[in-house]
Design a protein around this ligand. Structure first.
Ligand SMILES: Cc1cc2nc3c(=O)[nH]c(=O)nc-3n(C[C@H](O)[C@H](O)[C@H](O)COP(=O)(O)OP(=O)(O)OC[C@H]3O[C@@H](n4cnc5c(N)ncnc54)[C@H](O)[C@@H]3O)c2cc1C
Length: 390
């Protein structure tokens, strides 16, 4: 059986976006995944969630909410640190930890739109891992069409009363708090009806389903959330009523980048495992890597991976300058998740029968990767967005 942690094959065009401080942080993250996560992946997959204290361990090392301002418990660093965290998760071939959604999506909503009290209340606890968070948009009846959300929040005195349900929620089972997309109005323009409301998991009427039985990402606690007359103080509203859709749009390019980053690194990890495998495995008396088909296949994959890497790192530079367009980010998300699916399929083929066995990382990557083309906006929706700019 191969180990789950691997270093990527160096890119043909050397990457230029990291400093030595970034690389030092990468070492910390790499060790964390090697020591704390990789040995436990099978256990996480069996129980369908990570151990709760893994979040606290990540918090102690400063791996959560790293980009948040220091006064709210973060390190106030740039988003390349988020990129490194995601890459190291992918190089460890882990799909159990939902840190990025918590640190790079939920924390941003609170930091961008929360008032001072909300920021002070939530962000430091999120940075230590004391509070695990989720973002609940999708419902059984609607995903891509967010404006059709049916979960309602009705103001009753000083409280919102929330009714409805959400599905496919990452970190859903372990979450202590979720930002819930609710319908608060009945305007003709659907987008003006949505609001974001912070809901603590211990509120009466808030319940969680068991982690859903997915085909892959089995260690990730994706689940359903139910709201039955859940009362929260009106101070739990994030930003302004009716502005939910606008708030969801603000970081959309970044959220797509998060998926592109994990797919790119996932493809690099799959490739590195496969190069090693083709050197070790023999057929007809010689390593399978010496066959022309294998060499050409690997050359093709390497080329595709490196083309995408160059585009993605350029997108990241634009992201850091806050000038990354929604279309360019959508292109990164769809193209790189498609590329990952193709790479992992070809890599599995080069593993022969062993590629079909779950104890081989390539087999897990094959099933885990599939969701990337679906969440954070399906790849069809990405093409819709790109085509609108023409
Ligand atoms: C593992 C996993 C984790 C997830 N985590 C979260 C989470 O944390 N929070 C959350 O809120 N959601 C989460 N989701 C949900 C995810 O975002 C949705 O599944 C996704 O947005 C698609 O919505 P849907 O499933 O309702 O599919 P639908 O919207 O019903 O789409 C079905 C098909 O129709 C296509 N389609 C729809 N509209 C169009 C159109 N206009 N043009 C062309 N084709 C179209 C889609 O591309 C797709 O192929 C997660 C999903 C998965 C699988």
């Amino acid at each position: 059986m191969q180990s789950g942690a691997i270093r990527p094959v160096p890119n043909m065009l050397a990457r230029k976006i990291f400093t030595s401080d970034h690389e030092a942080f990468r070492e910390t993250v790499r060790k964390f995944y090697e020591k704390e996560v990789v040995p436990n992946i099978e256990k996480y997959e069996k129980q369908q969630h990570v151990d709760r204290d893994l979040w606290n361990k990540a918090g102690e090392l400063g791996l959560l909410c790293t980009t948040m301002p220091e006064q709210y418990g973060g390190s106030g660093v740039d988003r390349l640190y988020s990129m490194i965290l995601i890459e190291e998760q992918a190089y460890a071939m882990d799909s159990s930890t939902g840190f990025s959604l918590h640190s790079d999506i939920v924390a941003n909503y609170i930091n961008n739109f929360g008032n001072e009290e909300q920021k002070q209340n939530w962000l430091p606890k999120m940075a230590t891992g004391e509070t695990v968070t989720a973002i609940a948009m999708t419902e059984p009846g609607t995903g891509s069409d967010l404006q059709a959300v049916r979960t309602t929040a009705v103001l009753d005195g000083d409280e919102y009363v929330i009714n409805g349900s959400k599905i496919f929620i990452t970190n859903g089972y372990l979450c202590d708090m979720a930002i819930v997309v609710c319908k608060t109005g009945n305007n003709e323009k659907g987008s003006a009806n949505l609001s974001l409301i912070i809901v603590e998991a211990d509120r009466a009427g808030f319940s969680k389903g068991k982690p859903l039985n997915k085909i892959g990402m089995k260690g990730q606690d994706t689940c359903e959330l139910f709201f039955d007359n859940v009362r929260v103080p009106k101070e739990n509203l994030l930003g302004m009523e009716g502005m939910g859709f606008m708030m969801l749009m603000k970081e959309l390019a970044w959220e797509r980048m998060l998926v592109a980053i994990i797919c790119q690194a996932g493809a690099e990890a799959a490739f590195a495992h496969t190069v090693q495998y083709t050197k070790d495995r023999k057929a007809f008396g010689k390593p399978i890597g010496t066959f022309q088909n294998t060499r050409f296949k690997l050359a093709e994959l390497r080329t595709e991976i490196d083309f995408c890497r160059t585009y993605l790192d350029r997108c990241m530079e634009l992201q850091l300058e806050e000038s990354l367009g929604v279309d360019a980010a959508a292109a990164a998300k769809y193209k790189i998740s498609d590329m990952f699916s193709k790479v992992v399929d070809e890599c599995l083929q080069l593993h022969g029968g062993y590629g079909y066995m779950l104890e081989y990382p390539i087999a897990r990557a094959y099933i885990d990767n599939r969701a990337n083309r679906i969440y954070a906006g399906t790849n069809e929706i990405m093409k819709e967005l790109i085509s609108r700019t023409l």
